[in-house]
Design a protein around this ligand. Structure first.
Ligand code: NAG
Ligand code: NAG
Length: 264
């Protein structure tokens, strides 16, 4: 009882100040409350990463409830979260069962190493069909599809632009993972503009100008995101969020172009 209370009282400070302030050993791996902000962030990052890997814009998963969480301090290396949570498909709200994940924030690495296993990640037939039909429709365009303010200020998404929104979400799953730092979390908020880029190969591509919402600062971060995709494959993503480049720090590219991504 005593130690549990003490542990809870220390947690917010501990998260900020660790790992170096604490003797190793006593803190090596601890259960943390599943509704703790960091535990929920770890679960959301894990499912975002799973979405990136799955490559299906029409079957994006989200965290339903975190059931169990623990945190391991690895001295001079970083913080490793272990989380168990239930997940559902955002588009249908259908529960897909339990996922387990480790999310490892390492001091000297730019983004967390994530390992995630869900009891079911099979892309359902409807989502597969929707992915393919969207892909075919985009391939058949001779004039690029464009859209603005998705959703609009009333929260409305034109059904025709819903796949364009979903593809942006899939692309942002890479960006959100790539930008993730412990205690800072991004969500896709709104597409300012979307424009298809016609391609002669078998891929489809979009250029997006969009806003990510950052917590806990509540800041809106404006990003340019270029997404290249074919059904069944993780998206190729190039992105630039001006805050990355304006501030000298961080991972600005050497050649002056601030674009980051997984094209290499
Ligand atoms: C995921 O499954 C693999 C293979 O079974 C296992 O090695 C790994 O530890 C699991 N990871 C998590 C976080 O459950
Ligand atoms: C750079 O970072 C500092 C400290 O985080 C912040 O106060 C400032 O607004 C940032 N500047 C720009 C141009 O983003």
């Amino acid at each position: 009882m005593h130690s549990a209370v003490l542990f809870l009282a220390c947690l917010p400070l501990a998260i900020q100040a660790l790992p170096f302030a604490v003797p190793s050993g006593s803190w090596s791996s601890r259960d943390i409350p599943p509704n703790n902000r960091e535990a929920r962030q770890a679960a959301r990052l894990a499912i975002t990463y799973q979405n990136y890997l799955s490559g299906s814009p029409h079957q994006l998963l989200e965290v339903e409830e975190v059931k169990k969480a623990s945190l391991k301090f690895v001295p001079e290396i970083g913080h490793k979260y272990y989380v168990e949570f239930t997940a559902r498909i955002s588009q249908t709200m259908e529960n897909i069962g339990l996922c387990t994940a480790t999310v490892f924030f390492q001091e000297d690495k730019p983004r967390p190493a994530i390992n995630v296993n869900c009891s079911s990640t099979k892309i359902q037939k409807q989502a597969n069909d929707d992915d393919y039909n969207f892909y075919k429709l985009m391939k058949s365009q001779t004039i690029p599809i464009t859209g603005e303010n998705i959703p609009d200020s009333f929260g409305y998404v034109d059904p025709q632009l819903e796949p364009v929104w979903n593809l942006a979400n899939l692309g942002c799953s890479y960006v959100i993972w790539d930008k993730a730092i412990e205690g800072h979390e991004y969500n896709m908020q709104q597409i300012k503009s979307a424009k298809q880029v016609l391609r002669k190969d078998n891929l489809i591509a979009f250029d997006y100008e969009l806003y990510l919402h950052e917590r806990p600062s509540e800041a809106m971060v404006s990003c340019s995101v270029h997404v290249v995709w074919i059904p069944g494959k993780p998206p190729k993503v190039d992105y630039s969020c001006p805050e990355d480049s304006e501030n000298g720090s961080g991972n600005k590219a050497e050649d002056g172009s601030a674009y980051l991504g997984n094209f290499k």
